[in-house]
Write a protein of this length. Structure first.
Length: 543
């Protein structure tokens, strides 16, 4: 037993030494107050003090440098104590083994009992096994500390844009509310009125919930306290060159696009093409009027973010009108980084950013093309002729496969590693039954679910239909996957909760008490839902 424990402790010490050595080698020579990059920015700010973008960049890098410094310091401190503990254990076990070797066999009572040697050997194996598991756990813990600090909330603690991280509609937490009733207040932590209506979805970052609202005369951005529901600030987006609000079938469409946030800023856009960016304190950073737009329903594509760029899908007019563009603006200044012309007509789908086998891509659906753009320049990488008029669903991506739903048409799975026209070369499967008109699909790479009048689940790999659930409810809000369950929010405000499985199993239905057109946002133990007039925080959790 002593020899076994000593061997395990020796391996453990070597692992800790390797981790500490790697941490030492990767540490910058200068401390957090001596960063060359910060010094260069400091000199630029001295010569151009009026440029807020330089100050924002200085603050960002300063936070990152400090976070990295304290992260490495914490790793060094913990690793040192772990190494000391492992060394003590190694020396103790090795000394015990050497002492017993020198003494030789010891005569003790009971040695002559049957099975004595087997019992002692079994106890030794158990001891070594427990020690191995303990030390391996410690080694894994310190190795996990090598993950770089980003200065951002944990992934489970934020929902930064339309359908959450990556636009996937997936929340990876272990628990999510399953029981509530908006009419009686059961499971509702708070309910607050939203000053102006809209179909935009709530987004969450830390202790803040952001939302937009509009009518024909006003466009507004709201910041609510995520814990209490208090309205922290309310800001009007009013530009001297704003286009008039378009004629739409209902006022909610005037604020249909969901905003985005990056931890310091929130950016929102509206049906007339206005876009504005505020810091988390509600101070206006920049605003632009991108309208008027040739869109009979009003601009409704939600925003996306990529490495400090806000992405705006401005598809409008007809496919031959040469009006559609994908824009990339600097999030800190609003300055245009690039603009990519798109040979498509108006649509209400939103862009997503994916990591394909050929690198990062921006996927944007229009009429009639799915187009992949280069995030650095906006140039077209590939296209597929799969769509048609009135395109609304946003694509989803999982395990290297893109899933695209055509409004009232086909549901298609295709590879994203192509170039040029991939319509005939990169299709994996295609089905026509059960495709949605407005709601976007959701997939975990194994199951693919779409919702419209009821819900349909497909095998994400083969396209085989696994189940179909005909319901009384209809769905405009996009489905979500959370804590192993499927969440479907109906137009009437009824949340249908089912097991995320290859067979349909209804787990329950929860009534909100008012109509809903927006997709829900998830946070640890909570769901934020925008109703027709109110914002709800749902907080009952059933494990």
């Amino acid at each position: 037993m002593a020899v076994g424990v000593a061997a395990v402790a020796a391996v453990y010490c070597l692992v800790v030494v390797a981790v500490l050595w790697r941490n030492h080698l990767s540490a910058p020579a200068a401390g957090p107050l001596e960063s060359a990059e910060l010094a260069a920015l400091d000199r630029q700010i001295a010569t151009r003090p009026a440029e807020n973008a330089l100050r924002d960049e200085y603050r960002r890098i300063d936070r990152q440098v400090r976070a990295d410094h304290f992260h490495r310091q914490q790793l060094a401190d913990r690793g040192t104590w772990m190494l000391v503990g492992g060394a003590v254990l190694l020396v103790t076990a090795a000394s015990l083994a050497e002492w017993r070797r020198r003494r030789g066999p010891i005569a003790r009572r009971g040695l002559e009992r049957p099975g004595y040697d087997e019992r002692q050997a079994r106890r030794a194996r158990w001891a070594v096994g427990v020690m191995t598991a303990s030390l391996c756990g410690s080694a894994i813990a310190i190795a996990a500390l090598l993950a770089p600090s980003t200065g951002e909330p944990e992934q489970l603690g934020y929902w930064p844009g339309f359908r959450g991280p990556g636009g996937s509609g997936i929340w990876g937490g272990k628990h999510a509310p399953t029981v509530w009733n908006g009419r009686t207040g059961e499971g509702v932590l708070w309910k607050k009125p939203v000053p102006l209506g809209g179909h935009s979805s709530p987004i969450v970052w830390g202790d803040r919930v952001f939302l937009t609202g509009a009518d024909k005369k006003s466009r507004q951005v709201y910041c609510f306290d995520a814990k209490t529901g208090d309205l922290i600030w309310r800001r009007e987006v009013a530009l001297p060159d704003s286009a008039a609000s378009p004629s739409v079938w209902e006022e909610g469409v005037l604020a249909a696009a969901t905003p985005v946030a990056d931890g310091e800023r929130v950016c929102a856009t509206f049906a007339n093409g206005d876009i504005a960016c505020f810091d988390f304190d509600g101070d206006l950073l920049w605003a632009k009027a991108l309208g008027p737009l040739d869109d009979i329903y009003g601009h409704a594509s939600s925003l996306a973010l990529d490495e400090g760029k806000v992405l705006i899908q401005l598809d409008q007019g007809g496919g031959d009108d040469d009006l559609s563009q994908l824009l990339a603006l600097d999030l800190t200044t609003g300055n245009q980084i690039w603009a990519a012309d798109r040979p498509v007509g108006a649509c209400w789908s939103s862009p997503i950013v994916i990591q394909s086998g050929r690198g990062k891509q921006i996927i944007a659906c229009g009429d009639p093309l799915v187009i992949a753009h280069d995030p650095a320049t906006g140039r077209e990488i590939w296209r597929a002729d799969l769509l048609g008029e009135d395109q609304a669903p946003t694509p989803v991506f999982a395990d290297g496969v893109l899933y695209v739903a055509r409004s009232g048409g086909y549901l298609t799975a295709l590879r994203t590693d192509g170039a040029g026209d991939v319509t005939k070369t990169h299709l994996i499967w295609q089905v026509e039954e059960g495709t949605p008109e407005i709601a976007s699909p959701v997939t975990d790479g194994k199951l693919l679910v779409v919702a419209d009048a009821g819900a349909v689940c497909y095998d994400a790999t083969t396209g085989q239909q696994l189940w179909r659930a005909d319901m009384d409810e209809t769905f405009v809000a996009s489905p979500a996957l959370a804590a192993g369950r499927l969440y479907l929010l109906s137009d009437e405000g009824v949340m249908v909760i089912a097991k995320a499985a290859r067979r349909f199993e209804l787990l329950g239905k929860c009534e909100l008490g008012e109509e809903c057109q927006a997709s829900p946002a998830f946070a640890p133990g909570r769901i934020y839902i925008r109703g027709e007039k109110n914002l709800y925080c749902i907080g009952s959790v059933r494990k």
